[in-house]
Design a protein around this ligand. Sequence first.
Ligand code: KIV
Length: 267
Amino acid sequence: MTTVPVTIHDLRARKERRERFVMVTAYDVAIARLLAAAEVPAILVGDSVGNNHLGYDTTLPVTMEEMVHHARAVARGAPYQLLVGDMPFGSYHRSVDQAVANAVDLVQAGMHAVKLEGGGWVVDVAARIVECGIPVMGHLGLTPQSVHAFGGFRVQGRSANDRERILDDARALQGAGAFSLVLEGVPRDLAAAVTRAVSIPTIGIGAGPDCDGQVLVAYDLLGITRGPMPKFARAYAQIGDQVIAAACAFAEDVAAGRFPDDEHSYH
Ligand code: KIV
């Protein structure tokens, strides 16, 4: 297992070398340790903790307090990964000072960078956070915190206007000092165009294969998510089924008096 810390510059170097990389979400120390063992270079403590871990319908109810709590846990499990903490809805909307204060809290919880959703006015907020010495990851396209404005979880950037806006926002975020960009839920040709247009690495989710990196939610990747998977996700394991089978086997063994046996008892 590597003991060389991954930095924002390493991601940039991977883009320059045309070496695709991955980022995976984590919300707790157990998954963070496993991702570290797999030498996943970047871990995102995403506000998707809301729907995947806390049972909310969307990411909108997630608070800074919750983000800091999960960020601290992940930081304990992955000392050498590049750790990115999501700024939750409402944590950078009220003022630039509020945004900087919340970004500082995430860094003090062990994050090396923060992620903000959106372009437009968010660019100025990102620029100020970068000025304060905190690396910023942008996030464009189907930004889940804008679900109500979009009228649902819909692919973004299909019209010529939206396409231009996303390209402009990507360039503006790069200009503001963002070190990378998540592109979510956009047509693959738009993601490819953004990836060509900026020199910072793009990280796609539902954005096709031409981004510099790809990100997946850990519970999708591991097959823990129940119900239909998003079109863009692939389960590389079926841990959810194994959890159910293990819990059933435990209950059956207890009912039949097979567990605990003498070997698992104290004498
Ligand atoms: O919160 C999250 O998990 C994210 C990824 C889907 C990029 O923002």
